[in-house]
Ligand binder design. Sequence first.
Ligand SMILES: Cc1cc2nc3c(=O)[nH]c(=O)nc-3n(C[C@H](O)[C@H](O)[C@H](O)COP(=O)(O)O)c2cc1C
Length: 321
Amino acid sequence: MWKIADLEIKTRIVLGPMAGITSEAYRIFMKPFGVGLSFTEMVSDCGLFYGNENTFSYLPTNNTDRPVGIQLFGSKIENAQKAIEIIQKANVSFDFIDINFGCPVPKVTKTGAGSSWLKKPQMLEEYVKQIVVFSPKPVTAKIRLGWDEKSINFLSVVESLQNAGVVAITVHARTTKQMYTGKADWKILEGLKEIMKVPLIISGDIFTLDDAISALKITNADAVMVARGAIGKPRLIEQINTYLETGVRLSDAKLSEQIEYLKKYADLLIAEKGENQAMMILRGIAPRFFNGYPGMKGLKNVLSTNLTMRADLDNILNGIK
Ligand SMILES: Cc1cc2nc3c(=O)[nH]c(=O)nc-3n(C[C@H](O)[C@H](O)[C@H](O)COP(=O)(O)O)c2cc1C
């Protein structure tokens, strides 16, 4: 058991925020596999401020999984504060405000948001300080190692964040320049936990149980964040959690179990987004439930192109022997 501020987090697995994926339906689907904490996908502070309907749909409802953090991104103190005010008025359920200092996408960094903050740690400290003072909920942050390999500055950024009053920090062990490629460097984070005053969550390349074991062993982090590795493979979270709690290694899910998981996720997603939008999202995600299962190439192609209605999904899945 570990804590962020006064809140007990029941497992050492954090679900990584992913734009376009970690909607409430996805989080609720993943929770029973052993997720201790999750985050919304990144939410634009200006999007909330300008009343963008899409942006509002990223906020949790009162039926959401808990604990959950709302992740904000932006470039100005006033906008972040306005966004927090709007979130408070919207009367949604949440536990933390998380600030995104990790997004590497140029559309975001060129506005001064996301990981471009890593290039200005002093301003970052003041930004977070003003958010912490303003926010009625505790504030957490997610960073990368630095902007590029020549400006690795996570140590000073962590210090700035702690000075500013954050209650937990996630480090994605890549630079901004790496985007999502290359290997996450857990080794460089060795010793960080020992000098931190707040919990450390480690992110990057957790695709197997052994990845999680190694990352936790090397970094001694409080928790491991699972992102791409669990898309279509929710059992990974269960494998990590069971191993950490009991030392037992669970086997991978059987094909029949994957089919049931996918149906459950589809139901939740349809309830959340409506049939049309849910099927569009599933075209990207459903095939991943069959990665690593032999003889599924044709089926994966069909899932990625032919889904328009729930009935299509049932027909396709019923055809699996
Ligand atoms: C499609 C996609 C969307 C992502 N969106 C977000 C986001 O909104 N906020 C964030 O902090 N990280 C985001 N990430 C980063 C992940 O949370 C995670 O830190 C990263 O993928 C490294 O973990 P992994 O290698 O285990 O996937 C995203 C990653 C992917 C692949």
